[in-house]
Design a protein around this ligand. Structure first.
Ligand code: NAD
Length: 290
Protein backbone atom coordinates (compact mmCIF):
# COMPACT_ATOMS: atom_id res chain seq x y z
CA UNK A 1 0.00 0.00 0.00
CA UNK A 2 1.14 3.56 -0.63
CA UNK A 3 1.09 5.31 2.73
CA UNK A 4 1.87 8.86 3.89
CA UNK A 5 2.94 9.33 7.52
CA UNK A 6 2.75 12.85 9.00
CA UNK A 7 4.41 13.39 12.40
CA UNK A 8 7.53 11.26 12.93
CA UNK A 9 8.01 11.89 16.65
CA UNK A 10 8.54 9.43 19.52
CA UNK A 11 5.51 7.40 18.48
CA UNK A 12 5.19 8.15 14.75
CA UNK A 13 8.76 7.24 13.73
CA UNK A 14 8.70 3.63 14.99
CA UNK A 15 5.12 3.13 13.72
CA UNK A 16 6.10 4.33 10.24
CA UNK A 17 9.26 2.20 10.32
CA UNK A 18 7.20 -0.92 11.14
CA UNK A 19 4.92 -0.27 8.14
CA UNK A 20 7.95 0.14 5.86
CA UNK A 21 9.55 -3.01 7.27
CA UNK A 22 6.36 -4.93 6.45
CA UNK A 23 6.77 -3.96 2.79
CA UNK A 24 4.53 -0.90 2.42
CA UNK A 25 5.70 2.14 0.48
CA UNK A 26 5.81 4.83 3.18
CA UNK A 27 6.56 8.53 2.65
CA UNK A 28 6.92 10.66 5.77
CA UNK A 29 6.84 14.31 6.71
CA UNK A 30 7.60 16.07 9.99
CA UNK A 31 7.98 19.85 10.48
CA UNK A 32 11.01 19.22 12.67
CA UNK A 33 12.71 17.29 9.86
CA UNK A 34 12.50 14.00 11.76
CA UNK A 35 12.90 10.79 9.75
CA UNK A 36 12.18 7.09 10.23
CA UNK A 37 13.99 3.94 9.14
CA UNK A 38 12.98 2.75 5.68
CA UNK A 39 10.63 5.72 5.20
CA UNK A 40 11.03 8.18 2.31
CA UNK A 41 10.79 11.89 3.10
CA UNK A 42 8.64 14.53 1.43
CA UNK A 43 9.15 18.29 1.64
CA UNK A 44 5.59 18.96 2.80
CA UNK A 45 2.54 17.13 4.15
CA UNK A 46 0.54 17.56 0.90
CA UNK A 47 3.47 16.18 -1.11
CA UNK A 48 3.57 13.08 1.11
CA UNK A 49 -0.23 12.69 0.80
CA UNK A 50 -0.38 12.95 -2.99
CA UNK A 51 -1.45 9.57 -4.38
CA UNK A 52 -1.46 7.89 -0.93
CA UNK A 53 -4.17 5.30 -0.23
CA UNK A 54 -3.88 5.96 3.50
CA UNK A 55 -2.55 9.10 5.19
CA UNK A 56 -1.60 8.51 8.83
CA UNK A 57 -1.14 11.39 11.26
CA UNK A 58 0.59 11.16 14.68
CA UNK A 59 0.59 14.73 15.99
CA UNK A 60 0.66 16.57 19.33
CA UNK A 61 -2.90 17.97 19.52
CA UNK A 62 -6.25 18.69 17.86
CA UNK A 63 -5.34 22.16 16.64
CA UNK A 64 -2.31 20.83 14.74
CA UNK A 65 -4.37 17.90 13.44
CA UNK A 66 -6.99 20.34 12.07
CA UNK A 67 -4.35 22.40 10.25
CA UNK A 68 -2.56 19.33 8.81
CA UNK A 69 -5.90 17.82 7.73
CA UNK A 70 -6.83 21.04 5.91
CA UNK A 71 -3.54 20.78 4.00
CA UNK A 72 -3.60 17.07 3.12
CA UNK A 73 -7.29 16.47 2.35
CA UNK A 74 -7.19 18.34 -1.00
CA UNK A 75 -4.10 16.33 -2.02
CA UNK A 76 -5.62 12.89 -1.29
CA UNK A 77 -7.15 10.78 -4.07
CA UNK A 78 -10.89 9.94 -3.80
CA UNK A 79 -11.58 6.88 -1.66
CA UNK A 80 -8.36 7.27 0.34
CA UNK A 81 -8.47 7.12 4.15
CA UNK A 82 -7.23 9.72 6.63
CA UNK A 83 -6.15 7.75 9.70
CA UNK A 84 -5.37 9.86 12.76
CA UNK A 85 -3.59 8.00 15.57
CA UNK A 86 -2.91 11.07 17.75
CA UNK A 87 -4.71 11.66 21.04
CA UNK A 88 -6.89 14.72 20.43
CA UNK A 89 -10.20 16.20 21.59
CA UNK A 90 -13.37 14.48 20.37
CA UNK A 91 -14.59 17.67 18.64
CA UNK A 92 -11.44 17.95 16.49
CA UNK A 93 -11.66 14.26 15.54
CA UNK A 94 -15.29 14.69 14.44
CA UNK A 95 -14.61 17.98 12.59
CA UNK A 96 -11.73 16.46 10.61
CA UNK A 97 -13.79 13.37 9.77
CA UNK A 98 -16.64 15.56 8.45
CA UNK A 99 -14.20 17.52 6.31
CA UNK A 100 -12.74 14.29 4.91
CA UNK A 101 -16.21 12.90 4.15
CA UNK A 102 -17.11 16.07 2.24
CA UNK A 103 -14.04 15.48 0.06
CA UNK A 104 -15.10 11.87 -0.66
CA UNK A 105 -12.52 10.37 1.72
CA UNK A 106 -12.75 7.90 4.58
CA UNK A 107 -11.64 8.98 8.04
CA UNK A 108 -10.72 7.13 11.22
CA UNK A 109 -9.75 8.38 14.66
CA UNK A 110 -7.55 5.66 16.14
CA UNK A 111 -5.70 6.78 19.28
CA UNK A 112 -3.40 4.22 20.83
CA UNK A 113 -2.36 2.82 24.13
CA UNK A 114 0.96 1.10 24.62
CA UNK A 115 3.39 4.04 24.55
CA UNK A 116 6.77 4.19 22.82
CA UNK A 117 7.54 0.53 23.67
CA UNK A 118 4.30 -0.57 22.00
CA UNK A 119 5.02 1.64 18.97
CA UNK A 120 8.50 0.13 18.52
CA UNK A 121 7.41 -3.44 19.18
CA UNK A 122 4.28 -3.22 17.01
CA UNK A 123 2.11 -4.10 20.01
CA UNK A 124 -0.12 -1.02 20.29
CA UNK A 125 -3.85 -1.18 20.97
CA UNK A 126 -5.97 1.02 18.67
CA UNK A 127 -9.36 2.41 19.73
CA UNK A 128 -11.06 3.26 16.48
CA UNK A 129 -13.93 5.52 15.42
CA UNK A 130 -15.25 5.74 11.84
CA UNK A 131 -17.04 3.70 9.17
CA UNK A 132 -16.82 -0.10 8.81
CA UNK A 133 -15.47 0.39 5.31
CA UNK A 134 -12.59 2.64 6.41
CA UNK A 135 -11.87 0.32 9.35
CA UNK A 136 -11.63 -2.68 7.01
CA UNK A 137 -9.19 -0.80 4.78
CA UNK A 138 -6.94 0.16 7.70
CA UNK A 139 -7.13 -3.19 9.51
CA UNK A 140 -4.00 -4.70 7.87
CA UNK A 141 -2.07 -1.61 9.00
CA UNK A 142 -3.38 -1.90 12.57
CA UNK A 143 -2.22 -5.53 12.50
CA UNK A 144 1.33 -4.41 11.68
CA UNK A 145 1.52 -1.47 14.11
CA UNK A 146 -0.37 -3.15 16.92
CA UNK A 147 -1.79 -6.31 18.40
CA UNK A 148 -5.38 -5.20 18.85
CA UNK A 149 -7.78 -2.77 17.13
CA UNK A 150 -11.25 -2.25 18.60
CA UNK A 151 -13.88 -0.63 16.38
CA UNK A 152 -15.80 1.58 18.83
CA UNK A 153 -18.42 3.08 16.48
CA UNK A 154 -18.64 6.26 14.41
CA UNK A 155 -16.10 9.09 14.18
CA UNK A 156 -14.89 10.44 17.50
CA UNK A 157 -15.67 7.23 19.39
CA UNK A 158 -12.04 6.09 19.34
CA UNK A 159 -11.02 9.30 21.13
CA UNK A 160 -14.01 8.94 23.48
CA UNK A 161 -12.89 5.41 24.45
CA UNK A 162 -9.30 6.53 24.98
CA UNK A 163 -10.10 9.49 27.26
CA UNK A 164 -12.67 7.52 29.29
CA UNK A 165 -10.12 4.72 29.81
CA UNK A 166 -7.41 7.18 30.82
CA UNK A 167 -9.73 9.06 33.15
CA UNK A 168 -10.29 5.76 35.01
CA UNK A 169 -6.54 5.13 34.96
CA UNK A 170 -5.67 8.58 36.37
CA UNK A 171 -8.26 8.30 39.13
CA UNK A 172 -7.32 4.73 40.13
CA UNK A 173 -3.60 5.54 40.13
CA UNK A 174 -4.21 8.45 42.50
CA UNK A 175 -6.45 6.29 44.71
CA UNK A 176 -3.81 3.55 44.78
CA UNK A 177 -1.02 6.00 45.63
CA UNK A 178 -2.90 7.80 48.39
CA UNK A 179 -3.90 4.45 49.91
CA UNK A 180 -0.25 3.29 49.94
CA UNK A 181 0.76 6.56 51.62
CA UNK A 182 -1.99 6.13 54.24
CA UNK A 183 -0.96 2.49 54.78
CA UNK A 184 2.64 3.67 55.41
CA UNK A 185 1.42 6.04 58.10
CA UNK A 186 -0.67 3.29 59.69
CA UNK A 187 2.39 1.02 59.90
CA UNK A 188 1.29 -1.47 57.25
CA UNK A 189 4.13 -2.84 55.10
CA UNK A 190 3.91 -2.21 51.39
CA UNK A 191 4.29 -5.90 50.69
CA UNK A 192 1.31 -6.71 52.94
CA UNK A 193 -0.68 -3.89 51.36
CA UNK A 194 0.06 -5.26 47.86
CA UNK A 195 -0.65 -8.88 48.85
CA UNK A 196 -4.05 -7.95 50.28
CA UNK A 197 -5.28 -5.35 47.79
CA UNK A 198 -4.05 -7.11 44.63
CA UNK A 199 -6.27 -10.07 45.54
CA UNK A 200 -9.13 -8.08 47.09
CA UNK A 201 -11.81 -5.70 45.89
CA UNK A 202 -9.42 -2.73 45.73
CA UNK A 203 -7.44 -4.35 42.92
CA UNK A 204 -6.91 -2.57 39.61
CA UNK A 205 -4.42 -2.40 36.77
CA UNK A 206 -2.62 0.39 38.68
CA UNK A 207 -2.09 -1.89 41.68
CA UNK A 208 -1.69 -5.29 40.03
CA UNK A 209 0.17 -4.60 36.79
CA UNK A 210 1.86 -1.22 37.36
CA UNK A 211 2.33 -1.06 41.11
CA UNK A 212 3.49 2.47 42.12
CA UNK A 213 5.49 1.14 45.11
CA UNK A 214 9.12 0.19 44.31
CA UNK A 215 10.17 -3.39 45.07
CA UNK A 216 6.59 -4.58 45.32
CA UNK A 217 4.57 -6.46 42.70
CA UNK A 218 5.70 -6.84 39.09
CA UNK A 219 8.49 -4.72 37.56
CA UNK A 220 7.18 -1.20 36.91
CA UNK A 221 8.56 2.35 36.49
CA UNK A 222 8.63 2.61 40.32
CA UNK A 223 11.51 0.10 40.19
CA UNK A 224 13.37 2.35 37.78
CA UNK A 225 13.30 5.65 39.70
CA UNK A 226 9.90 6.52 38.18
CA UNK A 227 11.41 7.06 34.73
CA UNK A 228 8.44 6.89 32.30
CA UNK A 229 6.65 4.60 31.24
CA UNK A 230 3.74 6.89 30.85
CA UNK A 231 4.81 10.42 31.73
CA UNK A 232 2.76 12.51 34.17
CA UNK A 233 2.42 15.30 31.57
CA UNK A 234 0.79 12.86 29.10
CA UNK A 235 -1.69 11.83 31.79
CA UNK A 236 -2.35 15.52 32.42
CA UNK A 237 -3.05 16.02 28.71
CA UNK A 238 -5.51 13.11 28.60
CA UNK A 239 -7.30 14.21 31.79
CA UNK A 240 -7.63 17.69 30.25
CA UNK A 241 -9.21 16.17 27.14
CA UNK A 242 -11.64 14.13 29.24
CA UNK A 243 -12.77 17.23 31.17
CA UNK A 244 -13.10 19.19 27.91
CA UNK A 245 -15.34 16.40 26.55
CA UNK A 246 -17.30 16.22 29.82
CA UNK A 247 -18.03 19.93 29.59
CA UNK A 248 -19.21 19.67 25.98
CA UNK A 249 -21.38 16.63 26.78
CA UNK A 250 -22.62 18.04 30.14
CA UNK A 251 -21.37 14.96 32.04
CA UNK A 252 -20.75 15.11 35.80
CA UNK A 253 -17.18 13.82 36.36
CA UNK A 254 -16.03 15.00 39.79
CA UNK A 255 -13.29 12.38 40.24
CA UNK A 256 -11.87 13.06 36.78
CA UNK A 257 -11.87 16.77 37.58
CA UNK A 258 -10.02 16.21 40.87
CA UNK A 259 -7.50 13.93 39.15
CA UNK A 260 -6.88 16.68 36.60
CA UNK A 261 -6.25 19.22 39.39
CA UNK A 262 -3.82 16.88 41.17
CA UNK A 263 -1.85 16.01 38.01
CA UNK A 264 -1.78 19.70 37.02
CA UNK A 265 -0.28 20.65 40.40
CA UNK A 266 2.14 17.70 40.18
CA UNK A 267 3.37 18.62 36.68
CA UNK A 268 3.31 22.41 36.93
CA UNK A 269 4.34 23.09 40.55
CA UNK A 270 5.76 19.93 42.13
CA UNK A 271 8.49 18.73 39.76
CA UNK A 272 6.39 15.97 38.16
CA UNK A 273 7.42 16.75 34.56
CA UNK A 274 9.46 13.91 33.08
CA UNK A 275 8.44 11.48 35.83
CA UNK A 276 6.15 8.52 35.44
CA UNK A 277 2.50 9.16 36.37
CA UNK A 278 2.86 6.62 39.21
CA UNK A 279 5.31 9.03 40.93
CA UNK A 280 2.16 10.32 42.64
CA UNK A 281 3.15 7.86 45.40
CA UNK A 282 6.32 9.71 46.50
CA UNK A 283 4.26 12.92 46.19
CA UNK A 284 1.64 11.70 48.68
CA UNK A 285 4.27 10.00 50.86
CA UNK A 286 5.92 13.31 51.66
CA UNK A 287 2.73 15.13 52.60
CA UNK A 288 0.42 15.54 55.56
CA UNK A 289 -3.17 16.75 55.49
CA UNK A 290 -2.36 20.47 55.70
P1 NAD B 1 6.08 13.88 19.71
O1 NAD B 1 6.03 15.29 20.14
O2 NAD B 1 7.32 13.08 19.95
O3 NAD B 1 5.76 13.80 18.12
C1 NAD B 1 4.90 14.66 17.43
C2 NAD B 1 5.61 15.02 16.12
O4 NAD B 1 4.73 15.81 15.32
C3 NAD B 1 6.88 15.84 16.33
O5 NAD B 1 7.98 15.18 15.72
C4 NAD B 1 6.56 17.18 15.65
O6 NAD B 1 7.69 17.78 15.01
C5 NAD B 1 5.52 16.75 14.64
N1 NAD B 1 4.69 17.86 14.15
C6 NAD B 1 4.14 18.88 14.87
N2 NAD B 1 3.43 19.69 14.07
C7 NAD B 1 3.52 19.18 12.81
C8 NAD B 1 3.01 19.57 11.55
N3 NAD B 1 2.25 20.66 11.42
N4 NAD B 1 3.32 18.81 10.47
C9 NAD B 1 4.11 17.71 10.59
N5 NAD B 1 4.62 17.28 11.76
C10 NAD B 1 4.33 18.01 12.86
O7 NAD B 1 4.82 13.17 20.38
P2 NAD B 1 4.56 11.59 20.53
O8 NAD B 1 5.01 11.15 21.87
O9 NAD B 1 5.06 10.90 19.31
O10 NAD B 1 2.97 11.57 20.58
C11 NAD B 1 2.18 11.74 19.41
C12 NAD B 1 0.71 11.58 19.79
O11 NAD B 1 0.52 10.29 20.37
C13 NAD B 1 0.21 12.58 20.81
O12 NAD B 1 -1.10 12.97 20.45
C14 NAD B 1 0.22 11.82 22.12
O13 NAD B 1 -0.73 12.28 23.04
C15 NAD B 1 -0.10 10.42 21.64
N6 NAD B 1 0.37 9.34 22.50
C16 NAD B 1 1.67 9.34 22.96
C17 NAD B 1 2.10 8.31 23.78
C18 NAD B 1 3.52 8.28 24.28
O14 NAD B 1 3.81 7.46 25.17
N7 NAD B 1 4.44 9.11 23.79
C19 NAD B 1 1.23 7.27 24.14
C20 NAD B 1 -0.07 7.27 23.61
C21 NAD B 1 -0.48 8.32 22.81
Amino acid sequence: MKIAFIGLGNMGAPMAANLAKAGHEVTGFDVAGAAAEGVGTAVSAPEAATGAEVVITMLPNGQILRSVAAEVIPAMPPGAVLLDCSTVDVDSARAVAAQAAEAGLGALDAPVSGGVGGASGGTLTFMVGGSEEAFAKAKPLFDIMGQKAVHCGPSGNGQAAKICNNMILGVTMIATCEAFALADKLGLSREAMFDVVSTSSGYSWSMNAYCPAPGVGPQSPADNGYKPGFAAELMLKDLGLSQQAAETADADTPMGERALELYRAFVEDEGGTGRDFSAMLPRFEGRGRG
